[in-house]
Design a protein. Structure first.
Ligand SMILES: NC(=O)C1=CN([C@@H]2O[C@H](COP(=O)(O)OP(=O)(O)OC[C@H]3O[C@@H](n4cnc5c(N)ncnc54)[C@H](OP(=O)(O)O)[C@@H]3O)[C@@H](O)[C@H]2O)[C@@H](O)CC1
Ligand SMILES: [K+]
Length: 502
C-alpha cells in the first residue's frame, strides 16, 4: 500500500460513509495493521482529547455491544491510568462482544455495570461509546433512557465516532441522539458530521489519526467511488482564477445579469458580488422603466436598457458575455421563463436562481432539456421541491437532482450541498447562521456567475462561491445583512490567498 498515485483526489477532505469507513478499516487490517491496534489507537485518541479539555473528574463511560463499545473500554483504561475516577457500563452481554472489543474489555480492571440510567449517577463527564458506525436502527430502551439521563445531568458528553443515534451517512437522527460537547472521529469525517441536524449534535469535532494508512483509500476507491468532500479550498483552490499579471479585463470574463423590474436590489447585489469575486466586466440588463434605478446605483457596472425579452435574448447571444445569471428579483412570470430559456439557449455558463427555477415548476423537463453549457441551479429546499421529486437525505437528493437535470446543483441551507451530474458532491459547514437573511442568495448566485465568467469549472465555482460567501459572513461578524457580503469579499479573498493546508 505504498502507491500514492492510487490515492483519490483531495483525499484529506474526503467524507466517508460508515460503509466506506468499514472498507478502509478492512483495507488497513489486510495491509497488516491489526484491528485491535486500531481500536487501541482510537480509544487513546479519545482519552487524549478528553484530557486536554477537562481535568480528572468523575466520568462514566457508556459502552455498546460492538466495536464502538470496544473503544469505550480502551478510553476507560486510559482515563483510569491518568487518575480519573471511572465507572463503566455495558449494554448487553460481555461474552457477546466482537473479538477486538472483547480483547480490550479483558484489560479493564474495574467493575462492569449494566447500562441503565442509574449508572450515570453523579458523573461530571459522560463518554458515549454506545453506537457509532454500526447503528442499524433507531435508539430505544436502555440506551435511549441512559443517554437521556446523561443529558438531564447537564454535564459535558464526549461522543466516540458519532453521538449515538446519528446516522453518519445522512446526518439524520434516529430515535434519540444526545448533544455532545466533543466528538472524536477517526481517519476521516463522515457526511453526517457536517450535514444538519447531525452537525449540531457533534459539538467540537476532532479527527484523530489512528494509524490507517491513507493508501487504504485507494483500496476503498476500487470498491466505491469516493467523491464526497467537505467543502473548502483543498478541493478547488487549484482551479481558482486568481488575476494574472498580464491579464486584462476582457480575459476576466463578462457576466450578464438579468435585472428585475420590481425587486431591483436583488440583481444589484448579484452584480456587485460578481464584480467583487473578480469578473472583469458585469452588465445588468435593466428593464427600461427602472433603468435609472440601476444606472444611478451601479457606477462601475454596465447598465444596459432592455425594452423586451427579445432585447435580453440579444444581449445573451453576444458571445463576449460568457456567464449569464437569471433569477434574482426576477418575478415568477412568463418573462423570467423566456429570459432563462434565452440564457440556456446561448449555450454558455449559466446560473439560474430563485424565480428562474420556480417558473419551471410545472414542467421541469423543459428546463433540463434546454441545458447546453455548464449550468448551475441554486435552489433552497422549497424551490428544489418544486422541480425535483428526488426523496431521501439532502446529499442523495442533491446528487439525484444533479444527475437528472445535467446541472450542478447548489442545494442551499445551513449545510449547503453542491452536487455535480457525475456524482461528485461537497458538503459545506463553513457558513455562519447570520447568512439566513434576505438577499444572501442573490449574492451567492452573483459570485458563482463571477467565477464561471473567469473560466472556473461549474462544480468548483459553486464550491468556491459557497465557501467565500461563508468566509465573508464570518469576516463581517454579527449584524450581517446581504449588502455587507460583497464589501467583505476582499477580506475573504485575502484569507483564501493566504490559506494553507494543515
Ligand atoms: N473496525 C475497526 O477496526 C475499528 C472500529 N472502530 C470503532 O468501531 C465502531 C464501529 O463498530 P461496529 O461496526 O461494531 O458498530 P457499533 O457502532 O459498535 O454498533 C454495532 C452494534 O450495535 C448494535 N446496534 C446497532 N444499532 C442498534 C440500536 N439502535 N439498538 C441496539 N443495538 C444496536 C448492533 O447490533 P446488530 O445491528 O448487529 O443487531 C451491533 O451489535 C466505529 O464507530 C468505531 O468507534 C475503531 O475502534 C477503529 C477501528
Ligand atoms: K457513540
Amino acid at each position: 500500500m505504498s502507491d500514492s498515485a492510487s490515492l483519490p483526489p483531495h483525499h484529506h477532505a474526503l467524507l466517508l460513509t460508515p460503509r466506506e469507513m468499514a472498507l478502509a478499516d478492512q483495507a488497513a487490517i489486510a495491509a497488516g495493521v491489526p484491528g485491535a491496534r486500531l481500536m487501541a489507537a482510537a480509544g487513546k485518541a479519545v482519552a487524549d482529547a478528553i484530557c486536554t479539555r477537562w481535568s480528572p473528574r468523575r466520568v462514566t463511560v457508556l459502552c455498546g455491544p460492538g466495536n464502538n463499545g470496544g473503544d469505550g473500554f480502551v478510553i476507560a483504561c486510559r482515563l483510569r491510568e491518568a487518575g480519573w475516577q471511572v465507572r463503566l457500563a455495558l449494554l448487553g452481554d460481555r461474552a457477546a462482544l466482537p473479538p477486538d472489543a472483547a480483547l480490550h474489555a479483558r484489560e479493564w480492571p474495574g467493575a462492569v455495570e449494566p447500562l441503565e440510567p442509574a449508572c450515570v449517577g453523579d458523573a461530571e463527564l459522560v463518554v458515549d461509546a454506545i453506537f457509532g458506525a454500526g447503528l442499524s436502527r433507531p435508539l430505544d430502551g436502555a440506551a435511549k433512557a441512559t443517554l437521556q439521563a446523561a443529558e438531564r445531568l447537564g454535564v459535558p458528553l464526549c461522543a466516540v465516532d458519532t453521538p449515538s443515534g446519528l446516522d453518519g451517512e445522512s446526518g439524520n437522527l434516529s430515535g434519540y441522539t444526545p448533544h455532545a460537547a466533543l466528538t472524536v472521529t477517526f481517519f476521516r469525517r463522515k457526511p453526517g458530521h457536517l450535514l444538519l441536524p447531525g452537525r449540531e449534535h457533534c459539538g467540537e469535532l476532532v479527527v484523530a489519526d489512528i494509524g490507517i494508512p491513507p493508501e487504504a483509500l485507494g483500496a476503498v476507491g476500487r470498491q466505491a467511488p469516493l467523491q464526497c468532500w467537505a467543502n473548502g479550498p483543498r478541493v478547488w483552490r487549484e482551479a481558482f482564477p486568481w488575476p494574472r499579471a498580464q491579464g486584462h479585463k476582457y480575459q476576466r470574463g463578462h457576466v450578464l445579469v438579468a435585472g428585475g423590474a420590481l425587486m431591483t436590489g436583488a440583481a444589484r447585489l448579484a452584480a456587485r458580488a460578481a464584480q467583487r469575486v473578480g469578473a472583469g466586466l458585469v452588465t445588468v440588463a435593466a428593464p427600461a422603466a427602472v433603468w435609472p434605478v440601476y444606472a444611478s446605483a451601479l457606477e462601475s457596472i454596465i447598465v444596459a436598457r432592455v425594452e423586451s425579452d427579445a432585447d435580453f435574448a440579444g444581449l445573451a447571444a453576444d458571445p463576449r458575455k460568457n456567464a449569464l445569471l437569471v433569477g434574482p428579483g426576477a418575478g415568477a412570470d412568463e418573462s423570467t421563463r423566456r429570459q432563462a430559456l434565452a440564457a440556456l439557449a446561448a449555450g454558455r455558463a449559466t446560473v439560474l436562481d430563485a424565480d428562474a427555477l420556480t417558473v419551471f415548476a410545472r414542467d421541469p423537463r423543459t428546463l433540463f432539456d434546454a441545458v447546453q453549457g455548464p449550468t448551475v441551479l441554486t435552489p433552497h429546499d422549497g424551490e428544489f421541491a418544486r422541480l425535483f421529486a428526488a426523496a431521501g437525505d439532502k446529499l442523495s437528493r442533491a446528487r439525484k437532482a444533479a444527475r437528472e437535470s445535467g446541472c450542478v446543483l447548489v442545494l442551499k441551507g445551513g449545510d449547503t450541498v453542491v452536487a455535480a451530474p457525475d456524482g461528485r458532491a461537497l458538503v459545506n459547514a463553513h457558513a455562519p447562521a447570520t447568512l439566513a437573511t434576505g438577499g444572501t442568495g442573490d449574492v451567492l448566485a452573483g459570485m458563482i456567475a463571477g467565477l464561471l465568467a473567469q473560466g472556473m469549472p461549474a462544480f468548483e465555482a459553486a464550491g468556491a462561491a459557497v465557501w467565500l460567501h461563508g468566509e465573508a459572513a464570518y469576516a463581517f461578524g454579527p449584524g450581517l445583512v446581504a449588502d455587507d457580503l460583497p464589501a467583505h469579499l476582499p477580506q475573504a479573498l485575502g484569507t483564501l490567498a493566504r490559506w494553507q493546508p494543515h
